[in-house]
Write a protein that binds this ligand. Structure first.
Ligand SMILES: Nc1nc2c(ncn2[C@@H]2O[C@H](COP(=O)(O)OP(=O)(O)OP(=O)(O)O)[C@@H](O)[C@H]2O)c(=O)[nH]1
Ligand SMILES: [Mg+2]
Ligand SMILES: [Zn+2]
Length: 316
């Protein structure tokens, strides 16, 4: 039998066949797939083959094969273990939810996320959520950020999952696609899904819990079929987003505005650091490239960890 993984709770995987039958499946042994050392061998979105077995009176499955993934979002945990975790696979578009405060989303986090999406060829859209809560200065900051990322080529939408503002635009982009919502804990991923599909009634943080630190309301990634021909993957909030190791020379290619200028650099293997006649550095001086982007680039290049205010969020 063949189906798609809709939910993974660690030891059990919920798999749905193309006729809509749902089976709880498990894996035997370590089930490592070649080349990827991740904490989760099977991810939400995976297409898997499984065989049925009798488990007491229930029919459950054993996953025997994972079909090749078209793509996936993978991150390195920022704790010491440095293990990688596949958040979800076979995604058409990923929406990154961003809030200025409660919680704060820093540009380094946005850029790390975008690099990963670029590396796996996944379309990324930035959703600036909770715009119903911002004062004038904060709205200006959102406008500035949206302009910065639009210039690079990313779609940016200011939304309110609470009031429903611009949620129809998000819905339109989700039609006939597999989408994933990502972002820090508390940015409103589950709230947005509830606004789009009220029937799901996903658990979201209570207002009173909002200021409690390290509170994760969604604890497992889960995919849902929506009525308008869309599939959405809700994910648990992530604290830091460690970019998986890539070649130094490759990294600049995943900053689209750097990549566009690369052919104008004197050296074709230019890392845009100290090399003479570097088109990226020149564009930086002319303010055509944002400092925040360049800073993120250097940080990833040097393998630096993101800096977080202590105890701001819990590691997943
Ligand atoms: N004012 C306002 N509050 C919002 C908005 N979106 C979400 N919230 C609130 O933010 C809090 C967190 O929302 P959740 O949907 O649980 O956040 P999440 O991203 O799913 O968090 P995790 O599941 O922990 O990753 C809740 O109290 C929501 O009511 C919004 O657009 N405006
Ligand atoms: Mg949630
Ligand atoms: Zn250069």
């Amino acid at each position: 039998m063949t189906g798609i993984v809709y939910k993974s709770t660690g030891s059990w995987y919920t798999v749905k066949t193309d006729v809509g039958k749902v089976y709880e499946c498990r894996i035997k042994g370590k089930f490592r797939i070649k080349g990827i050392k991740s904490t989760n061998p099977v991810a939400v979105g995976d297409l898997v083959d499984f065989k049925l077995e009798k488990n007491n009176d229930q029919e459950t499955g054993v996953i025997e094969y994972i079909h090749e993934r078209q793509n996936y979002i993978i991150r390195k945990s920022v704790n010491l273990s440095k293990q990688t975790h596949i958040i979800a696979s076979n995604i058409d578009v990923v929406f990154l939810l961003i809030t200025l405060n409660n919680p704060t989303t820093f540009t380094t986090f946005i850029d790390r996320f975008l690099v990963t999406a670029e590396a796996y060829g996944i379309k990324a859209v930035l959703l600036f959520n909770k715009i119903d809560t911002y004062n004038e200065d904060e709205l200006l900051e959102i406008k500035y950020l949206a302009a910065l990322y639009r210039k690079i080529g990313y779609e940016c939408i200011g939304i309110s999952a609470k009031t429903g503002k611009n949620v129809d635009k998000v819905k339109t982009m989700m039609k006939n696609k597999v989408s994933m919502f990502s972002g820090h804990s508390g940015v409103g991923k589950s709230t947005l899904i509830n606004t789009i599909a009220p029937d799901l009634s996903l658990k979201t943080a209570e207002i009173s819990d909002q200021h409690q630190q390290g509170q994760h309301t969604t604890t497992f990634a889960e995919m849902f079929d929506l009525s308008f021909g869309a599939q959405i993957i809700d994910t648990p909030g992530i604290k830091g987003f460690g970019v998986v190791d890539m070649d130094k020379e490759e990294l600049g290619d995943y900053f689209p505005e750097f990549f566009d200028l690369k052919s104008d650099c004197k050296f074709n293997n230019c890392l845009h650091i100290n090399e003479p006649k570097c088109a990226v550095k020149k564009a930086l001086d002319n303010e055509q490239i944002a400092w925040s982007r360049y800073k993120s680039y250097l940080q990833i290049l040097e393998g630096e960890e993101e800096h977080y205010r202590k105890n701001n969020y819990n590691e997943e």
